[in-house]
Design a protein around this ligand. Structure first.
Ligand SMILES: *[C@@H]1O[C@H](CO)[C@@H](O)[C@H](O)[C@H]1NC(C)=O
Ligand SMILES: *[C@@H]1O[C@H](CO)[C@@H](O)[C@H](O)[C@H]1NC(C)=O
Ligand SMILES: *[C@@H]1O[C@H](CO)[C@@H](O)[C@H](O)[C@H]1NC(C)=O
Ligand SMILES: *[C@@H]1O[C@H](CO)[C@@H](O)[C@H](O)[C@H]1NC(C)=O
Ligand SMILES: *[C@@H]1O[C@H](CO)[C@@H](O)[C@H](O)[C@H]1NC(C)=O
Length: 794
């Protein structure tokens, strides 16, 4: 202590009274050069603010080490509001020191410096100070702040603190682990304020779930002295009120925090029930307000773990989201519920010889939904058929039946929620306990050596064998597909196996199929692409037949031609022409940049191919998954559209019904997410994104981009177009292409028309083709993303 004690005994008494709450009752106004703190015990080492309301120092949140932090020092909870080092713990004996030569550093016991975000590399510090606002500052001789904790927030904002453009709050991983978790609250460099999920453990954005839509006008988030939180514009006007405070800052402590579960919440704590009056009833922190109002429903990500982790359910409670597991499932980690749930039972065997259909049951779950986990959709079918289809399919974890639609969902179940507005009834498949069903005995027979069981097994095997033979006969009669003028060849499975040399050379793999290279004797030794569908149920026959018939009837120079198929036993195989020049993705994003002429031809060919599918073939076909991986190039680099067979076949009169989600993120039209009718305009949207990529020779989304504004091609391209700075967009193009810049600009404008948020202003593929050919006039497109709310790779 560097002050004299006139009444040592009195002071000792005072110290004893204060001891349980604060070992260090000294008041430091200025922390001078040469001061240090050592991580020894919780609270033993800290620098409090003049009023004692906040303190800076070491805390021990668990047993694993110490956290350099700032906390509310006068309340029992000692709530942490800031932490150094991205929440990483440092070992006991570590020291934080303001050195005599004016540096602020964190060292471990041996004196080795530990990276300490913010203060790193700052010199010329004259003193440090823990202020009564909760801000910890490093100042130079002229009291100019060289660094302040308010400028580098972690998960919390305090009154008088502001959040500036291009900064964010990081949700902690869990309530007691302060390393960055899965959610962010960010004020982007363009002024948009939003909450989003990340692709944990990476920092990259996955799905936006709340936004003020203030791009271009937002300036800073202010937590005012009086305790309100709002976003202001550049001229100081309030653009958005986040929390309109009704609790005075005189009587209440305030903090706003992005919680580990993704909720941004404004908390208050009555001051007089804090340390000031020990013995009165403690109330603790209570919620003043929070956003978003319904987190479970707001997060709509098509990949990623959602609000509560894989296989979980998010239920909106009165105080925010509650994570739950469906029946038969349990948390992977009780202390980290956001990690999701796992099955508590042994999953269903996929061994065809011992189908475990009878060992599983479907448990009803009112209002449960995993809207983005579908892998198969049947329609129209009966509820019984739907249930049986799931029970007999080892990939099926959940099935949803509604008005003749049957959606099967697999593990991992993503983005689950209990949502009463949907009125769904999910059926969750769980293993039945009963042990006296026959297939289970058969298994026992395999393991044990009981003669009786082996006999039983023999009988079952015979029964199964006859069942299969019977089944196969039934199938043979279905092989003759009803299409007239349909030149498809039917192949046997052995032929397919021979052609592909036992399915050896894999060309590609999709969600439902694997493609192999093969050679068919009947095709003069020409190579073919053999697509083997990963079928899950035998009942799939009708659908397969319908698809093959529809694809077989198509014939256009910009489509990959179907040559034949194999439909034998559980095997479903499609045989296509082989495309020697690979996919547009590798052509466009590869080493060398293709010429504008080639790119232009590919854009036109693709548009014509889609137009054919939409308007010119006998049955309208929605592709639903237009992307550069699905555009192949033949010997002459003509664009050939692949994979349209798996598209949902739509008869014209059905186009207004809502279809369940399919497609690839980034290329997917907004209506897929919004329960709006999905029409041919969804393909137009995907084509628009593809066209942007073709014009700019760049992927629609690049996560690691120096300039954040350039991450999303659509936004960046529109920005350049609007600002008349197209040279920035095309700067990598060779000189030849510069001559074509007018045409490239026109193609960009067409792309912007195609990717309008709203489906109605998007042109039809016929219009698009005409515009690309230059036969109709082109008008200025509105900003495509003006109303953008949904998930995209931010
Ligand atoms: C802290 O130190 C600076 C510089 O020496 C001085 O200007 C300031 O008044 C001091 N503040 C207090 C509260 O002592
Ligand atoms: C303190 O920092 C400010 C801003 O960096 C600078 O202008 C000023 O000269 C510094 N004062 C001293 C005494 O170093
Ligand atoms: C500030 O700008 C907004 C639009 O960004 C405008 O509506 C408002 O009137 C302006 N306020 C003042 C005081 O200029
Ligand atoms: C599964 O168990 C339930 C309850 O024990 C029973 O009612 C049902 O019949 C069983 N299902 C099968 C297929 O054995
Ligand atoms: C299975 O049986 C055990 C013990 O009888 C019981 O505790 C458990 O709830 C049952 N599980 C299911 C899914 O029926």
């Amino acid at each position: 202590m560097d002050f004299e004690l006139p009444y040592p005994f009195f002071f000792l008494l005072l110290l004893l009274v204060l001891l349980p709450f604060s070992n260090t009752a000294q008041t430091y106004n200025n922390i001078s050069l040469g001061s240090s703190l050592t991580a020894l015990d919780d609270y033993s080492s800290s620098w409090p603010s003049p009023s004692g309301e906040f303190a800076f120092g070491f805390r021990q949140p668990g047993v694993d080490g110490f956290l350099l932090a700032i906390w509310f020092n006068k309340i029992q909870e000692r709530t942490i509001v800031w932490s150094a080092n991205a929440g990483s713990l440092v070992p006991q004996g570590s020291q934080v020191e303001l050195t005599n030569d004016g540096q602020f550093m964190l060292k471990d016991k041996t004196g080795k410096q530990i990276y300490f975000a913010g203060s790193w590399g700052i010199t010329g510090v004259a003193y440090a100070a823990m202020l009564d606002t909760g801000n910890f500052v490093l100042a130079n001789k002229s009291s100019k702040y060289l660094w302040e904790s308010f400028e580098e927030p972690t998960n919390t904002l305090l009154p008088t603190q502001t959040l500036k453009r291009n900064s964010k709050l990081y949700a902690s991983y869990t309530a007691s682990n302060y390393t960055p978790g899965r959610f962010r609250f960010a004020l982007k460099s363009d002024g948009g304020l939003l909450l989003y999920t990340t692709n944990y453990p990476l920092d990259s954005a996955n799905c936006e779930y709340w936004s003020t839509h203030t791009e271009g006008s937002g300036f800073q988030v202010i937590f005012s002295q009086s305790g309100s939180i709002y976003l202001t514009g550049t001229n100081g006007s309030i653009l958005y009120m986040i929390s309109d405070n009704t609790y005075s800052t005189q009587d209440f402590y305030h903090r706003a925090m992005l919680e580990y579960n993704g909720v941004f919440r404004h908390y208050v704590y009555p001051k007089k029930t804090g340390l000031g009056s020990v013995g009165t009833r403690r109330q603790g922190w209570s919620s003043s307000s929070f956003i978003p109002p319904n987190l479970c429903a707001s997060i709509a990500e098509t990949t990623g773990s959602g609000a509560c982790g894989f296989n979980s359910l998010c239920r909106e409670g009165t105080e925010g989201p509650v994570c739950e597991c469906p029946d038969g499932y349990g948390f992977i980690d009780e202390n980290d519920v956001l990690k999701g749930c796992k099955q508590k039972f042994v999953s269903q065997s996929c061994d065809e010889a011992f189908p475990e259909t009878h060992l599983f049951d479907l448990q009803e779950l009112e209002n449960g939904d995993w809207p983005f986990s579908d892998y198969q959709h049947f329609q129209p079918v009966s509820e019984d058929w739907c249930k049986q289809s799931c029970l007999s399919d080892c990939s099926c974890a959940v099935v949803i039946f509604k008005n003749g639609d049957c959606w099967k969902k697999g593990i991992p179940l993503i983005n689950g929620r209990i949502d009463p507005t949907v009125g769904n009834k999910a059926l969750v498949k769980i293993r039945n306990n009963s042990t006296n069903s026959i297939p289970n005995l058969a298994r026992l027979g395999l393991l044990g050596s009981s003669a009786f069981l082996n006999l039983l097994l023999l009988i079952i095997t015979c029964l199964l064998f006859f069942h299969i033979i019977h089944h196969r006969k039934a199938k043979l009669s279905m092989l003759y597909l009803g299409g007239q003028g349909n030149n498809l060849k039917s192949f046997t499975y052995m032929e397919m196996k021979g052609a592909t040399n036992g399915f050896k050379e894999e060309l590609g793999r999709g969600a439902f199929a694997t493609v192999f290279k093969g050679v068919l004797a009947s095709e003069d030794g020409k190579p073919v692409a053999v697509k083997r569908l990963d079928t899950m149920v035998r009942e799939n026959d009708l659908e397969f037949k319908a698809e093959v018939t529809a694809i077989g009837r198509t014939n256009h120079k910009n489509l990959v031609q179907l040559l034949g198929f194999c439909n034998e036993g559980q095997h479903r195989i499609l045989v296509y022409e082989f495309m020697s020049n690979g996919s547009l993705a590798s052509f466009l994003f590869g080493e060398s940049r293709p010429s504008w002429y080639q790119r232009r031809e590919i854009a036109l060919g693709t548009a014509r191919g889609i137009l054919y599918l939409h308007e010119e073939c006998s049955i309208q076909i929605l592709h639903c998954d237009i992307k550069p991986q699905n555009i192949l190039l033949d010997d002459s680099f003509n664009a050939r559209i692949a994979d349209f067979g798996v598209a949902k076949l739509l008869k014209i009169e059905q186009t207004r019904t809502t279809t369940r989600f399919r497609g690839t993120r980034g290329y997917v039209a907004p209506e897929w997410f919004k329960s709006l009718p999905v029409t041919v305009k969804a393909d137009v949207y995907s084509f628009g994104i593809l066209l942007l990529e073709i014009v700019c020779c760049r992927k629609n989304y690049i996560a690691k981009m120096e300039d954040e504004d350039q991450m999303i091609l659509a936004d960046w391209a529109y920005h350049c177009y609007e600002q008349n700075k197209l040279h920035q967009l095309f700067r990598n193009d060779d000189d030849e292409a510069k001559d074509d810049i007018e045409e490239m600009k026109a193609y960009l404008m067409i792309a912007f028309w195609c990717i309008q948020e709203d489906a109605s202003p998007r042109p039809t593929m016929r219009n698009v083709t005409q515009m690309l050919e230059g036969t109709v006039e082109l008008s200025n497109p509105p900003n495509p993303s003006s109303l953008y709310v949904q998930c995209k790779g931010l």
